[in-house]
Write a protein that binds this ligand. Structure first.
Ligand code: COA
Length: 132
């Protein structure tokens, strides 16, 4: 939660983070650590009825960015999701977040839609889905 609130462009409130785990929803959290410190994480909400995984958060700490970690973390989490039968993955990302959009493309995701004014700032979102 503190990494999200320090470094994410659209962070969740503390109440939203506290809600994770309180409902019956199932999540997958993939983290990468070094020296006991989290460098990067990906958080998915699972929809078992449709074998669908919704990527809610992907974050690499600022000092580790640009070294391929984002793509590697996605690849690692996709292997685990595929193993559990969640073949389809999708996400929303701000149209201005070119770095994240490139990261998702390198991980094999494609744009399938756009949602107008998706974010509270009024910014549009690109919807991307895994192509496999
Ligand atoms: C988006 C994010 C996870 C990418 O992680 P990363 O480890 O820096 O990404 P990678 O090093 O794997 O880079 C993947 C691709 O993104 C692009 N990219 C990386 N850094 C970039 C930069 N500074 N400017 C433009 N494009 C960049 C490149 O195309 C890169 O591939 P390449 O190195 O083969 O050319 C990271 O920037 C981040 O945590 N951002 C803040 C949180 C966020 O916006 N999350 C996504 C919201 S949906």
């Amino acid at each position: 939660m503190s990494l999200d609130q320090s470094f994410f462009p659209h962070p969740w409130s503390t109440a939203s983070w506290n809600g994770v785990g309180e409902l019956d929803n199932e999540y997958v959290l993939t983290i990468r650590e070094s020296d006991g410190k989290i460098d990067a994480f990906a958080l998915y909400l699972l929809n078992p009825l449709e074998n669908l995984a919704h990527l809610l958060k992907l974050l690499v700490i600022p000092e580790m960015r640009g070294a391929g970690l984002g793509v590697k973390l996605l690849a690692t989490s996709f292997i685990e999701l595929d193993r559990r039968g969640f073949i389809k993955k999708y996400l929303e990302v701000a149209v201005s977040n070119h770095c994240a959009i490139e990261t998702y493309k390198k991980a094999g995701m494609c744009e399938i839609n756009r949602i107008k004014k998706f974010y509270s700032s009024g910014e549009d979102a690109v919807v991307m889905m895994s192509s496999n």
